[in-house]
Design a protein around this ligand. Sequence first.
Ligand code: PHE
Length: 456
Amino acid sequence: MATERKSIHGQWSSRMMFIMAATGSAVGLGNIWKFPYIAGENGGGTFVLIYLACIALIGVPIMMAEIMLGRRGKQSPINTMKTLAKEEGRNQNWVALGWMGVVAGFLILSYYSVIAGWAMAYVFRTASGVFTGATADGVNSIFSDLVSSPESLLAWHTIFMVMTMVVVSRGVKHGLEQAVRYLMPCLLVLLLLVVAYAMTTGYFMQGVNFLFTPGDITGEGVLIAMGHAFFTLSLGMGAIMVYGSYLPKDTSIAQASVFIALADTAVALLAGLAIFPIVFANGLEPGQGPGLIFKTLPIAFGHMEAGTLVGTAFFVLLVFAAWTSAISLIEPAVAWLVENKGMKRVHASVWIGGATWLMGLGTVFSFNLWADHTWSIPFLFKDYDFFETLDYLTANIMLPLGGLFIAIFAAWLMRESSSRDELATYNIVYKVWRFLVKFVTPVAVIIVFLKAINAI
Ligand code: PHE
């Protein structure tokens, strides 16, 4: 019986611990680094509104479904899908969903770690005081110097991967709770300080308008907005499922999911409100790509009171936010190796971490040695480098596809009594959830996919 199953990896010590860990997974580079630059590239307004709609109508219900499946299966996503498919009398090929998640997590972490490395480098750049009084041009050249050096990027990427392996090998419980409980609120406060600075630039309303006034958007823009809803909430690849598998029975999945989504969205919107006024005040380009926060925030730190301190603290906290997300990206793979190959956690972490590190070299070189190597896939993308290709394949294809299959399994194939038992919520909440997961998610994902390839 599902209710008697126990996770061999242990359980969260409290319900709060799970919420903290899942929030730690959700809030990361996706919110502060990625959201502003993709919003900038896709024209703001409409993009942001679609993203918000996707969070509410697809993100929260899929998060509930993922936690529910994880808690019922109580194993790595691969084995959870195997067990549940059997229990519900479904095809064994559903394990493929777990495998796709493992691959997606591996690919995402390979570039995530390189970007987290940028944030680490910025801790030291900011602390040295180089940004004091800096101009937009000065800040720009500091960024270019960093990314054009494969050696620096490689060094930081290596350090970040080692940090990730250390936490994962100790088990995600230890140390993580403190990091999230104290550091995430601090990050929020510092973000508010930058927003306060942004208000003094005289361009605050321009930033607000850019973020919230509807404008034009392409089919691809819609896909990116939806993909980002999955990415930012850590959905579609088993991270939240594996965290759910360590969850005791008495926690309300619905409440936890709403809390996590609200916290995550608040951080992303604040990051946008901090960054865009600085962009406009300095005549910068909103659509300049992945370097955006590294070329804007230092201007704020260079001009505000105690900016060196605030800026250094900000980048330290950003590294922590990335760290608590990174560990959830390889946890599904590590849990599987422990379950199926009888490996010790340490060994499993080193194997997966090592392979991810190697894959990360592609992203390191994308910004320098291989910058001119781009390719196109008809109907999907044009002139993408290695990093852009990985990002596209994972966030825009693998995660939404994972979400689609999770929705199909949870709402169409699983017995109603099973999901009802696990979600244990008010009838009306259950009904709304089931409707969204059964119809809205699959239809939305399919429409967006078709639209992105201009098929409709
Ligand atoms: N949600 C994380 C972020 O926004 C990234 C992530 C994606 C983590 C998928 C786990 C799984 O930074």
